[in-house]
Write a protein that binds this ligand. Structure first.
Ligand code: RIB
Length: 307
C-alpha cells in the first residue's frame, strides 16, 4: 500500500454561501452557516486516505472541543493518532470561508495551534518520515518545520511534494529540497515573479522555479488544467469539466491524488489525471472534507470520461 505522510494544519471551517464575494470594506448577506472539517493539511491527509493510501498526519490541535472533534474525525477516516499532537493554551485552527454562486471562495484563517508545530515538536515524529514513500507539505504551519520535514524526507529518499499555499515568499534553500512544487497561478506568480495567466506564462514561471532549485513544477490553472515541467518537457493536462458548486478543498484533493499516484509507483502521466479527477470531483460538492472523493468515485468518473 502507498505510504503518504502529511505534515500540516487542521482547522474547523465556518462557511457561508454568498451571492458574490465581498469587496474591501463591503458586507454581503449570505445563507446559513456550515461548520465542517478543513485545514489544508487535514484535507490532504483525508483525501489521500480516501484515495487508497496508508496515511500518517503530523498536526497540532488545541486541547479544546474543536481539537477533540478533529481528532475523532481523522481516526474515523482511518488515520492513526500517532501524529496528532495536542497543545495546551492555544485554540485549534479556524477558517472563515465565503463561497459565491460560482463556487469561488475567500478564506481567512486563524491558525491557532497550527503555529505551535515547531521543528522540535515535529522532529519527535521523524520515524514517520522514514516510513513515507511521499511527504506532502503546505504552508499553514511554521516554515522552519516545512524546511525540516523536506530535508529529513530527502535524507530518507522519500519524494517531497510542497503545495505552497497560502502563498508566501520562500528561500531557494527550501525550494531546492522540493521534488514537485504545486502552486496555483497566484502562488506561482509570487514565487517566480512572472504573472501566470495560462499555460504559456505558466511554462515561463515553471522554468524560473526550476532555476530556483525545485526539481519539477506542476502549476494548477483551474479550468485551464495543469502545466507540468521538469526541465526537459513542459506538458499541459486539460482540466476535466464539471459544474463547480464549491472549489474549497479542490487543490487539496489534487495534491493528494498526485501523492497517492506517485507513492503507488505510478508515473507522472498516470498520477496527474488521478489528481485532476479528484480535484474536479471535489468541486462538485460543498465544503472541504465533505467534498473529497473516494478512490471508487474517482475511478468511476475516469471510466465515464473514457466511454
Ligand atoms: O484548502 C482549503 C482549506 O484552506 C480550508 O479547508 C481552510 O481550512 C483553509 O485551510
Amino acid at each position: 500500500m502507498p505510504h503518504v505522510l502529511v505534515i500540516g494544519s487542521a482547522n474547523v471551517d465556518f462557511t457561508v454561501g454568498v451571492p458574490r464575494l465581498p469587496q474591501e470594506g463591503e458586507t454581503v448577506l449570505g445563507g446559513a452557516l456550515h461548520a465542517s472539517h478543513g485545514g489544508k493539511g487535514a484535507n490532504q491527509a483525508v483525501a489521500a486516505r480516501r484515495l487508497g493510501a496508508e496515511v500518517r498526519f503530523v498536526v497540532c490541535l488545541g486541547r479544546d472541543a474543536h481539537g477533540d472533534l478533529i481528532a475523532e474525525q481523522l481516526m474515523g477516516e482511518g488515520i492513526p493518532a500517532d501524529g496528532l499532537i495536542r497543545v495546551e493554551e492555544t485554540a485549534t485552527g479556524v477558517a472563515l470561508i465565503a463561497v459565491d454562486a460560482e463556487g469561488r471562495n475567500q478564506i481567512a484563517v486563524a491558525p491557532g495551534a497550527n503555529l505551535r508545530l515547531v521543528p522540535e515538536l515535529a522532529g519527535r515524529h521523524a520515524p514517520l518520515v522514514a516510513w513515507a514513500h511521499v511527504l506532502l507539505c503546505q504552508l499553514e504551519v511554521p516554515i522552519p518545520t516545512v524546511h525540516w520535514a523536506l530535508a529529513t524526507a530527502r535524507e530518507h529518499a522519500a519524494l517531497t511534494i510542497l503545495n505552497p499555499a497560502p502563498a508566501q515568499a520562500l528561500p531557494d534553500t527550501l525550494l531546492s529540497l522540493v521534488d514537485c512544487l504545486t502552486p496555483n497561478a497566484s502562488e506561482a506568480t509570487l514565487l517566480s515573479g512572472i504573472t501566470v495567466k495560462g499555460p504559456e506564462t505558466a511554462t515561463e514561471a515553471a522554468q524560473r522555479l526550476l532555476d530556483r532549485g525545485v526539481r519539477r513544477t506542476l502549476i494548477t490553472l483551474g479550468p485551464q488544467g495543469v502545466l507540468f515541467c521538469d526541465g526537459t518537457a513542459a506538458l499541459h493536462f486539460p482540466a476535466f469539466p464539471v459544474q463547480a458548486v464549491d472549489t474549497t478543498g479542490a487543490g487539496d484533493a489534487f495534491n493528494s491524488g498526485l501523492a497517492v499516484g506517485l507513492a503507488a509507483g505510478g508515473t507522472w502521466e498516470e498520477a496527474i489525471p488521478l489528481a485532476n479527477a479528484a480535484a474536479a470531483l471535489a468541486c462538485t460538492k460543498r465544503g472541504a472534507q465533505t467534498s473529497l472523493p473516494s478512490r471508487a468515485e474517482v475511478e468511476t468518473f475516469l471510466r465515464r470520461l473514457k466511454s
